[in-house]
Design a binder for this molecule. Structure first.
Ligand code: XIL
Length: 401
């Protein structure tokens, strides 16, 4: 994924954030600019019948599912309506960034737990479960990492990090994304492993080491392998699924403590036809379901960890985009919820106001995307109702009882 400076400047300009001349963005600047924006008072969800028993969290729970979202900690601190929305809708939360190395590790020896602690305090005060994300990733490592992590010290850095972070929150975390995005078939290795700094510095045993260290530090947390690109009904999707299942099979055979696989589910409301024309489509199907079934047969749970639906290539028309996004949520959830191994659905954010997609590639016309169950003014979008209906249909969808 690339962070687009244009998308940021567009967002900043729209928000009147006054930072459009910055050429290098300090970490968190976009989040702060977004959080600082004066807004219309949020729509009261109660009026629209989407809170309490009518919330996503309640409907999911009635069907043996947990619903929650990724939390932007700068917004949580600055925006009371955002905090209220999460409290009303979610039974589980995950830090969008606050538990990554980039946030937790200002120096090779130091830890900064301020934002991570704040997330746990918020979640526990509101009786929500907490996911930890993530312990090992090739991205978003601190600046010092490239210069200072070496083949001689990387193993120690990894073990100390996991012991310290997982140990600090032991007994309070529903599940940890222990290793994130370790597969990239395009890197050309026969086992499909990504040529990540961890692979180069520690060797392929970094995965096993991370899971074993995490289990020792918190025997209660479910340990998850999390990745993207296992969703699509394409050749690349099929290759990624094959590599991921092989990795999980090897881990299970070697008694590496893994309990779940995360299917990120950053999906699109469109597909590209021959000739480059975007059309509404359902490019998800049998391959994904075989993948989920294979994980279940290995004894693993399956978590939908980061769902959102991008409308990047669709025409600007808002009702049209909202309908396509809602349809994508409905079709995707009604597909995956058909397997009883799927226990958890998290969206990557909850209101369009803070979606990371506007900080990534973004729309060519500069309009903000509409990928989440609540729109930028916290009104329940068609996607909200599509999600809730899909949760309600779970019993009818399940082919395994
Ligand atoms: C993203 C965050 O949303 C952004 O704010 C950050 O700049 C980059 O990371 N897969 C993951 C998440 O596992 O951690 C990513 O989160 C989105 C893709």
């Amino acid at each position: 994924m690339r962070t687009s400076r244009r998308a940021f400047l567009d967002t900043a300009a729209r928000l009147g954030a006054g930072v459009a001349t910055a050429s290098v963005l300090p970490l968190g600047a976009v989040d702060r600019a977004l959080a600082a924006k004066p807004r219309e008072p949020a729509n009261s969800g109660a009026a629209a019948g989407v809170t309490g028993d009518a919330s996503l969290g309640s409907h999911a729970a009635a069907h043996r599912l947990l619903y929650g979202c990724a939390v932007n900690m700068n917004a949580l601190a600055a925006d009371a309506a955002y905090a209220a929305l999460i409290r009303e809708q979610c039974r589980i939360v995950v830090a969008e960034n606050a538990m990554k190395w980039g946030a937790l590790r200002p120096t090779p020896d130091g830890f900064n737990f301020e934002q991570a602690d704040a997330l746990l305090a918020f979640a526990e005060a509101n009786r929500m479960k907490i996911r930890g994300h993530n312990l090992v990733w090739h991205r978003d490592n601190p600046r010092w990492f490239d210069a200072q992590a070496t083949a001689a010290n990387a193993r120690g850095l990894l073990v100390t990090h996991i012991e310290t972070v997982v140990g600090r929150y032991a007994g309070r975390i529903h599940s940890w994304d222990v290793v994130n995005e370790a597969i990239d078939v395009a890197d050309g290795r026969p086992d499909g492993l990504r040529n990540s700094p961890w692979l180069r510095l520690v060797g392929e045993e970094y995965i096993e080491l991370a899971f074993k260290t995490a289990r020792d530090a918190d025997p209660q947390a479910l340990l998850t392998y999390n990745d993207y690109g296992t969703e699509q009904e394409t050749r690349a999707g099929e290759q990624k699924r094959a590599a991921a299942i092989e990795l999980l099979r090897r881990m299970v055979a070697r008694r590496v403590p893994v309990d779940a696989v995360g299917v990120q589910s950053h999906i699109a409301a469109w597909a590209t036809q021959a000739g480059g024309i975007p059309v509404a489509a359902m490019p998800y199907g049998a391959g994904l379901m075989r993948f989920i079934a294979s994980a279940r047969e290995l004894g693993l749970q399956v978590f939908i960890t980061e769902m959102d639906v991008n409308d990047r290539a669709l025409p600007a028309d808002v009702p049209g985009r909202d309908a396509a996004v809602a349809t994508a949520y409905r079709q995707y959830l009604e597909l995956v919820l058909g397997d009883p191994a799927v226990r958890l659905v998290l969206t990557w954010g909850i209101t369009d106001r803070y979606t990371w997609l506007n900080r990534e590639e973004g729309r060519a016309d500069g309009l903000p995307e509409r990928p989440l169950p609540f729109d930028a003014a916290d009104r329940a979008a068609p996607a909200f109702f599509a999600m809730r209906d899909s949760f309600d249909r779970r019993a009818a969808l399940s082919s395994h009882g």
